[in-house]
Design a protein. Structure first.
Length: 253
């Protein structure tokens, strides 16, 4: 019986190792769970490295005037899920502007919206909002293929509370840098699961849809039963690792 359980636990470990390898470096890892991911990536829109538009609540345009533009991307899931974390890709600057991240503090605002009857972000129905001061920002080692070839960065955050999203419902995710006139953040374009995104700005202050998608990942909170199964599997593996030492100790006596 123990042998069968050990085989089952080995399969679980192999499956999760495969998930970690295929998901890439952006995963929410809990050190208290022996390196087991808190949840799987349920939306994965990888960056195209071909550009991206502003998603910044305040920046200067190429003429030195203060302006703003906010973007959101649509989400439709195939199952009821609770989102506990996310990552996104972006870069800085515009034409004839420095392509450097802020030298001081940086704040990003994350919002989840339900949709209006005409399938746009519903400003009167914000499911979740949280601002993150200096979220982890990592250079990917790549550059974005626009003028100046700016560095590409990836950002990862864990939400302070999970966001519950229902099957087949339309939602919108907004990510924007806020509060820094001298920094110009651009959310990188991505390979969209659901085509289309929404934008509003200083000129047109209501949401409108445009073509293209944005680069981000959503990480789900796992079911408690899944975590317990994995913990059990890890315990069995540890027991197997200790048993040969006990056998050798008996032989020595």
């Amino acid at each position: 019986m123990l042998k069968q359980a050990s085989v089952a636990s080995s399969v679980i470990v192999v499956v999760f190792a495969g998930q970690i390898a295929s998901a890439g470096p952006v995963l929410d890892i809990d050190p208290n769970l022996m390196g087991i991911p808190r949840g799987g990536i349920v939306v994965d829109q990888q960056p195209t490295q071909l550009g991206g538009q502003s998603s910044d609540a305040l920046f200067m345009d190429s003429f030195g005037d203060p302006v703003w533009q906010i973007q959101a991307d649509n989400i439709t899931l195939g199952a009821d899920l609770s989102v506990g974390g996310l990552s996104w890709w972006g870069f800085y600057g515009g034409e004839d502007q420095p392509h450097l991240p802020p030298s001081g503090d940086e704040t990003f605002r994350v919002r989840f919206y339900t949709a209006t009857p005409n399938s746009l972000p519903d400003e009167s129905s914000i499911l979740y909002e949280e601002s993150f001061l200096n979220p982890p920002r990592t250079w990917t080692g790549r550059r974005v293929l626009v003028q100046g070839e700016p560095d590409e960065f990836v950002y990862s955050v864990a939400l302070s509370a999970p966001v519950s999203l229902a099957t087949s419902e339309l939602y919108w995710l907004e990510i924007a840098q806020i509060g820094d006139l001298n920094s110009h953040f651009r959310w990188e374009s991505g390979f969209g699961v659901v085509p289309g995104r929404a934008v509003r700005n200083s000129l047109v202050q209501t949401w409108r849809t445009i073509s293209g998608s944005l680069a981000f990942q959503l990480v789900a909170v796992p079911e408690p039963g899944s975590v317990m199964l994995l913990l059990l599997g890890g315990s069995i593996v540890q027991c197997r690792a200790r048993s040969p030492r006990r056998s050798r100790a008996r032989q020595a006596r």
